[in-house]
Ligand binder design. Structure first.
Ligand SMILES: [Zn+2]
Length: 503
């Protein structure tokens, strides 16, 4: 009887469990059995591993092979255990060094020819394993870039099973990977720039305020007024992500099967208005998968034509907007995904889009027309600090280019640095996160800067919530000018940005 062991990791959401992969070869009739709660796709690992070994010149013994994945209580799924299973079996059969095999954690899917294929979730798997005290990893070469961002671990990337076997002391000839096309995983930096936007200086300046305080924003305007162009350039002026944020965001992307790579640009996600609630907030059958809001974590979620989204999808955003995270419950447990994003919504003023356009005729009838924007539910609008009306650019201004994004980003970064000292004493990191009661108690602007606001509140022209929103915005405007306490002018500008279209 021969026994050998190596490590793998099982992932649930972003949480991982170290798995012992233990192979036992006994002299019974030839068979290959996998035990320890594998799902259907993992059960097929036996045929993949057998074919991969045979086609690599690493033949398996013609005896009974049992591979046990423990702890058995942890559900395991997918093909990422293939490599660990193959290594444990080859070690048990004496084809490679047992001790060497046991010192490494293996992640990777095997193709029938022995090539090692990339898998989803390598970054969160390794982060979780590192957390549990493991530090030596072998991963698919395709996933090496995402694994290499983790500090204080040893990690190697391989293309073929024979390379791993050779690494663990086998004398097999290491082969190169098969002819599977290599995917270019290098992510391009965000190339968009506000200088491409013509004649919308005020709207762009409002985006600068939104970027400074992390304020959620709504734009209402006719088709062709440039709402989408303005929104998709927001990441170009947001501060670059910290290493920690970039890894956090990449871990979610890795899990969702996107080409993983580390980018220091804030992510931008723009789901279509047909998107289901589960594609937005996350779902999956037995295994939770992150939704688009988690893929927008540390970045921007843009809902174009927001009133066209299904009501359940819009409603589903409320809780994550409040909490900055989302919980997905499945039979096997509850997974938590981060979801702290900046919400940007765009809407036409009416279903046909031309209610405000002097050059075109609106074809909508009442009451459909006046009710259109009400489709955006109150609780969602309560989270919106800035509400902008975006007009079509007059002919005379159509040659006026916007400012260069890199310069705007410098202003935003400087303003955030300025505000950071004030926020450092609080649990919040951005002005938009500061609750109203705290604003009124601790951050009341000096002197009679709030005179106009107080009057509007007294006369019932402004709700308490609207009042707080103005103070919150005024702080972002003051931070941009590096002024410690907002002045009456800052508050007046905030009242304008708060908008009146939607109360
Ligand atoms: Zn219309």
């Amino acid at each position: 009887m021969a026994l050998a062991k190596t490590k793998a990791v099982a992932l649930f959401g972003l949480n991982g469990t170290l798995i012992d992969v233990e192979a036992d070869i006994s002299s019974n009739l030839p068979n290959f059995i996998l035990v320890g709660l594998p799902d259907a796709s993992l059960s097929e690992a036996t045929s993949r591993v057998r074919a991969a070994c045979t086609n690599s010149g690493l033949s398996l013994p013609g005896r009974r092979i049992t591979v046990n994945l423990s702890p058995a209580s942890v559900p395991k799924r997918g093909s990422s255990f293939d490599l660990a299973i193959a290594v444990s079996v080859l070690a048990a059969s004496g084809a490679l060094n047992q001790e060497a095999a046991g010192e490494w954690l293996h992640v990777g899917e095997l193709a029938l020819d022995g090539s090692i294929r990339g898998v989803n979730g390598v970054l969160p798997s390794l982060l979780a394993a590192k957390e549990l005290g493991w530090s030596r990893f072998i991963v698919p070469n395709e996933n090496l870039a995402e694994a290499e961002v983790i500090e204080e671990i040893e990690v190697f990337g391989f293309d073929h099973l024979t390379q791993v076997a050779s690494f663990h002391g086998s004398d097999v000839q290491p082969l190169a990977a098969g002819n599977e096309a290599k995917i270019n995983r290098e992510q391009q930096s965000n190339q968009l720039c506000y200088s491409d936007v013509l004649g919308q200086p005020e709207v762009i300046e409002s985006m600068v305020v939104a970027a400074t305080g992390g304020h959620h924003l709504l734009m209402v305007g006719s088709p062709g007024s440039g709402k989408t162009m303005v929104a998709e350039r927001l990441p170009s002026i947001l501060p670059r992500l910290t290493a920690e944020q970039a890894i956090e965001t990449a871990a979610v992307e890795s899990l969702s099967g996107l080409p993983a790579g580390i980018s220091f640009d804030a992510p931008f996600r723009a789901p279509h208005h047909n998107s289901s609630a589960s594609s937005l907030i996350g779902g999956g059958l037995s295994v939770p998968r992150p939704g688009l809001i988690s893929m927008a974590h540390n970045g921007v979620l843009f809902l174009d034509e927001a009133p066209e989204f299904q009501q359940p999808a819009l409603e589903a955003l409320r809780q994550p907007l409040e909490a900055g995270e989302v919980f997905i419950s499945r039979a096997a447990g509850v997974a938590r995904f981060p979801a702290r994003f900046q919400l940007i919504m765009a809407a036409n003023p009416c279903p046909c889009g031309y209610a405000w356009d002097p050059t075109k005729r609106c074809k909508c009838v009442e009451p459909v027309k006046s009710r259109y924007l009400n489709r955006l539910s109150g609780p969602l609008l309560d989270r919106i600090d800035i509400s902008l009306r975006v007009n079509n650019v007059p002919k005379a201004m159509q040659k006026e280019r916007g400012p260069v994004s890199s310069q705007l980003r410098e202003r935003v970064t400087a303003a955030r640095d300025f505000g950071a000292a004030r926020l450092a004493k609080t649990p919040w990191r951005l002005n938009a996160q500061v609750p109203g009661a705290y604003l009124r108690r601790q951050w009341k602007p000096n002197g009679n800067a709030t005179a106009a606001l107080d009057k509007a509140l007294e006369r019932g022209l402004l709700s308490m919530r609207g009042y707080d929103r103005c103070i919150r915005l005024a702080y972002s405007i003051a931070d941009l000018e590096q002024v410690a306490s907002p002045t009456a002018e800052h508050i007046a500008r905030a009242m304008y940005l708060r908008g009146t279209e939607l109360g």
